[in-house]
Design a protein around this ligand. Sequence first.
Ligand SMILES: Cc1c(C=O)c(-c2nnc3c4c(C[n+]5cc6c(C)n(C)c(C)c6c(Cl)n5)n(C)c(C)c4cnn23)c(C)n1C
Length: 330
Amino acid sequence: TSGSVATSPIDSSDDAYSIPVSIGTPAQVLNLDLDTGSSDLWVFSSLTTASEVNGQNIYTPSKSSTSKLVSGATWKVKYGDESTSSGVVYTDKVTVGGITASSQAVEVAKTVSASFTSNSDIDGLIGMGFDSLNSAKPSAVPTFFDNIIGNLDSPVFTADLKHNKAGSYDFGVIDSSKYTGSLTYVAVDTDPGYWKFTSSGYGIGSAAFKSTSVVGIADTGTTLLYLDTAIVKAYYATVSGASNSATYGGWVFKCSATLPNFVFGVGSAKITIPGSYINYSPVTTGSSTCFGGLQDSTDIGINIFGDVALKAAFVVFDGSDTPRLGWASK
Ligand SMILES: Cc1c(C=O)c(-c2nnc3c4c(C[n+]5cc6c(C)n(C)c(C)c6c(Cl)n5)n(C)c(C)c4cnn23)c(C)n1C
């Protein structure tokens, strides 16, 4: 089988991209954030502390004839922005883009942290990282990708994220109409469980491309692009008035600034991020100071090719026995 689901940015800053996911019988449709940087499928639910639910769609296991409690199983997950959620585990039928996992572990939230409560556009996450990142106890539960991969025509899913418009995630098929040129594949290191790869270098504006290995993760669940200090400094050195602000916790510049394109290498291929994608958003609504879409990864400990980078490319997440990433321009 193969399938496709539209994915839309949740707001005008492309902060996250959600997909409709059907859970249970009859179907309960929730908008989940497909996250290649984590491996829990968790949802707001009828079991979530009522004061922590604010406009989200919820999954009510008791209303589904196919739900089953996984006795004794719990989960607790913490994300890069320090947000957290935790709860218990059911299995139920889950369908994404026409593809069904008949007994998918659905992690049901009993509590979520404030940033989840405050964002009514996301009803949970669907993790598409490797199982080692799954937080369920006493044993990890398989991801949706794990459960469908055997039925897919090809053991892959692809990401075609776009700036301020709908894109798509495809499962089991590589749609060559969605990219230009050819795909360049790069090896993935699955330790500790991210889609971790080595970029072959970078270029800033029209300057010469710098060939250098940059290890990072392809993470649909992270908004921005986080890279080494040296690269980030070199980039903002070309933006007059840019500064690394302690006040705002990162690189800022005048919203009227012209930002150079940023190129990153994948093997011999080059992906160009338009400078406009690196003007993330005003630091506060209406401010003439803007926060950069490229930020320093030092405090994170790993480089993250988040949505700012991914939306400039067509990306194949190849889950074959030798996992790899395919990249193409579009
Ligand atoms: C090490 C790391 C990250 C690693 O991932 C990271 C980050 N970057 N986007 C996200 C996340 C998102 C995507 N996300 C980002 C958003 C931003 C920046 N804003 C203003 C809103 C309203 C957002 C929403 Cl709704 N969603 N989600 C849903 C979750 C659970 C995230 C967790 N971390 N995260 C940050 C900020 N840092 C420092």
